[in-house]
Design a protein around this ligand. Structure first.
Ligand SMILES: Cc1cc2nc3c(=O)[nH]c(=O)nc-3n(C[C@H](O)[C@H](O)[C@H](O)COP(=O)(O)OP(=O)(O)OC[C@H]3O[C@@H](n4cnc5c(N)ncnc54)[C@H](O)[C@@H]3O)c2cc1C
Ligand SMILES: *[C@@H]1O[C@H](CO)[C@@H](O)[C@H](O)[C@H]1NC(C)=O
Ligand SMILES: *[C@@H]1O[C@H](CO)[C@@H](O)[C@H](O)[C@H]1NC(C)=O
Ligand SMILES: *[C@@H]1O[C@H](CO)[C@@H](O)[C@H](O)[C@H]1NC(C)=O
Ligand SMILES: *[C@@H]1O[C@H](CO)[C@@H](O)[C@H](O)[C@H]1NC(C)=O
Ligand SMILES: *[C@@H]1O[C@H](CO)[C@@H](O)[C@H](O)[C@H]1NC(C)=O
Ligand SMILES: *[C@@H]1O[C@H](CO)[C@@H](O)[C@H](O)[C@H]1NC(C)=O
Ligand SMILES: *[C@@H]1O[C@H](CO)[C@@H](O)[C@H](O)[C@H]1NC(C)=O
Ligand SMILES: *[C@@H]1O[C@H](CO)[C@@H](O)[C@H](O)[C@H]1NC(C)=O
Length: 563
């Protein structure tokens, strides 16, 4: 062990003093997990000469790599101390953390004479390798009362993969993948074409692996989101979801260690209550997932439209009217994608139509683009993987910022009456004026044949057309008051959306951090049953996260400022 590591270990032992485990207990845990207990430090620590107010040596080479790759999702993925949305590396309510200036990561103003603080980063984590590691963690938490947190990739927009002074469980290194032409869920009958992934596998990995097997995996719009974590359990969407369903609709089996320490297989034939709860009830709530198995499609060509135009004071209304009046039909034809801010326009895909029919269904929008200094290219790409490489990698949401979002599902009925359409167009015009051009994920399962009762996401997903959203970013050095003002503005924006669609709900992973009615908004009538499943499998409440099923409330999470 070098001097730096020794110093950090001592410092982190001091930091850990606020939890109730003794150094002896930590050492015993480390022995149980084969030496895979690690002390963890903030991502950007190598750039600082002070750590928790104590002098530490800087590591200029490591710092340079961090500065260079500060906004790279693939780089952040490899660091336990990094999040994609960086405010959750800090303790927002006390303004303590360890951030660089995202707009200029080499800026010395962020680091010189500044202390890098531990923020919300747990002092220790287990680099999970097997089931016994997780069993040891649950037993340790029960014995010592040290809370747990589970991190896969750190994408969560509400910071639910972090908890100050917790023992972190990092599932990133669970990296197996297998392809099955005939997967039979244990104790079930009937087989499916499927892929099984270890909990650390990302979309980029599974898209490549599926393609190698002449298959197509239905997943999200980012390289580094995990397949089996928050995306899968929270009801994650794909631009392929309009015809092929949400992530939860395609899960065949999950292997999970529940808080009582048992490894369970959940599918349609055993542990069925747990299986239902895991299909929408959210990550970090019912146990630690080891691996999951998902239905895959045949690899097929995909139609794509890339449409852009130049927004002006006079053409926005027409643009929004075209979007609003066509969206139900487009969704039913299988189109999904995003309405983009910059450049203004859309990128949509369709796995169902012929090129000729795709072109016909987009004719009105393409004509609008050409009349407004824009472009509309409709083409056939050979596969989803080619679409991923050509489009998603270029336009995926940015990381390395302090950022939150808020959203609401907008039901089909709003698109089907003149008054509903007028209200939506008015909302979009107001949003464009106040917050800039809207960014709208279009990935609701509107044309998917759903078997009612099989998943626990809010039923509002099933007949929604859009998932209307907006976000906000703030500078690394904002004061707590400024951060609170940004959080409040997103909360107010979501209040406007609620007024627009009061009986609907929202996607739990992309909702308002301060959602006032999270139980109904994320799960609708499913909440009471989800809570019963939570209490059955986690009777001691060893897992708890922000606005999750069974959440114990904000007092347990002092780093979220109160509004
Ligand atoms: C840039 C970006 C792009 C996005 N694009 C999309 C998109 O296209 N579609 C979409 O639906 N969503 C999208 N999201 C939202 C994303 O799906 C959620 O943030 C999701 O929670 C990420 O899950 P994760 O496991 O990768 O992340 P983490 O932050 O590591 O974990 C999220 C939650 O799951 C829990 N968890 C993680 N691993 C496990 C495990 N093995 N067992 C049990 N619980 C676990 C954590 O405790 C936490 O509560 C995007 C987010 C970002 C930041
Ligand atoms: C997990 O790893 C530990 C330590 O390396 C080992 O002792 C244990 O047998 C492993 N457990 C399983 C289930 O593989
Ligand atoms: C756990 O044990 C391993 C192997 O002995 C060691 O390298 C590591 O530093 C220990 N972890 C902590 C937090 O002390
Ligand atoms: C560092 O010092 C500041 C100012 O004295 C104090 O507010 C903060 O709590 C200290 N942080 C730690 C981790 O000791
Ligand atoms: C990170 O930055 C360094 C330069 O400092 C570069 O050589 C390296 O390729 C980058 N790594 C990743 C994973 O992007
Ligand atoms: C294309 O449209 C025609 C006429 O509406 C329809 O009959 C045909 O099934 C469609 N084919 C595809 C692949 O979309
Ligand atoms: C037309 O579009 C191009 C590229 O998007 C842009 O640079 C240019 O300013 C636009 N011209 C007008 C008149 O809006
Ligand atoms: C989409 O179209 C715009 C405008 O022509 C172009 O700048 C952009 O590169 C295109 N995107 C891709 C991924 O081809
Ligand atoms: C934050 O940093 C920027 C850039 O370094 C600087 O211009 C600004 O004054 C700082 N703001 C605060 C509140 O310190």
């Amino acid at each position: 062990m070098n001097i730096l590591a020794l110093g950090l270990l001592l410092v982190s032992l001091l930091t850990a003093a606020s939890s109730t485990a003794s150094p002896t207990q930590w050492r015993a845990l480390n022995a149980t997990v084969g030496g895979r207990l690690r002390s963890s430090t903030p991502f950007a620590l190598p750039c600082f000469a002070l750590y928790n107010n104590q002098s530490v040596p800087m590591d200029l080479q490591a710092c340079s790599a961090i500065q260079e790759n500060y906004t790279s999702p693939n780089f952040r993925l490899e660091h336990f101390g990094a999040n994609m949305n960086v405010e959750y590396e800090t303790c927002m309510s006390t303004h303590s953390g360890c951030l660089l200036d995202t707009t200029d990561p080499r800026s010395p103003l962020a680091t010189e004479g500044v202390s890098c603080d531990q923020g919300e980063i747990p002092p220790y984590y287990i680099d999970i390798e097997n089931v016994s590691d997780i069993q040891a963690a649950f037993a340790f938490s029960q014995r010592t009362k040290v809370p747990l947190s589970i991190k896969n990739t750190g994408h969560d927009y509400m910071g639910r993969s972090r908890r100050r002074d917790s023992l972190g469980l990092w599932t990133h290194h669970l990296q197996t993948m297998s392809y099955h032409t005939n997967f039979v869920p244990a104790l079930c009958a009937g087989s499916h074409r499927a892929i099984t992934v270890g909990a650390g596998v990302t979309f980029e990995q599974v898209y490549e692996f599926a393609d190698d097997n002449d298959a197509m995996f239905v997943g999200g719009y980012a390289q580094t989101i995990g397949v089996s974590g928050g995306w899968m359990m929270g009801g994650g969407h794909s631009v392929l979801s309009p015809s092929l369903g949400l992530g939860v609709d395609r899960i065949l089996e999950i292997k999970i260690v529940t808080p009582d320490g048992r490894l369970r297989t959940a599918n349609a034939c055993q542990n069925t209550d747990l299986f239902w709860a895991l299909r929408g009830g959210g990550g970090g709530t019912f146990g630690v997932v080891i691996e999951s198995t998902h239905l895959v499609e045949q690899r097929i060509p995909i139609q794509v439209i890339n449409m852009t135009f130049t927004p002006t004071a006079t053409n926005l209304r027409e643009y929004f009217e075209i979007l609003v009046s066509n969206s139900v039909n487009w969704g039913e034809l299988g189109w999904g994608g995003h309405v983009n801010k910059q450049p203004a326009g859309i990128i949509y895909v369709n796995p169902r139509l012929s090129l000729q029919n795709a072109t016909a269904s987009m004719a009105q929008l393409a004509a609008f683009a050409l009349a407004n200094n824009g472009t509309a290219v409709i083409e056939t790409l050979p596969s989803w993987l080619v679409f991923f490489q050509r489009f998603i990698v270029q336009v995926q949401a940015p990381v390395g910022n302090s950022m939150v979002i808020g959203s609401r599902l907008i039901p089909k009925a709003h698109f089907q009456t003149p008054a509903g359409r007028a209200a939506l167009v008015a909302h979009l015009l107001a949003q464009a004026a106040a917050r800039g051009m809207p960014y709208i994920p279009v990935g609701t399962p509107i044309a998917f044949k759903y078997t009612p009762g099989t998943t626990s996401v809010t039923p509002a997903w099933r007949d929604a057309v859009w998932h209307l959203s907006s976000g906000a970013v703030w500078p690394y050095n904002s004061s707590v008051a400024d951060i609170r003002a940004v959080l409040e503005s997103v909360h107010d924006y979501v209040g406007d959306l609620r007024a627009l669609a009061p009986d609907s709900g929202a996607y739990m992973n992309e909702g308002d951090v301060y959602e006032s009615d999270h139980e109904f908004t994320y799960w609708g009538p499913n909440y009471p049953r989800l809570l019963a499943v939570k209490n059955k499998y986690d009777p001691l409440g060893l897992l708890d996260c922000w606005k999750c099923v069974g959440w114990k409330g904000p007092a347990q999470f002092p780093c979220y400022p109160s509004l």
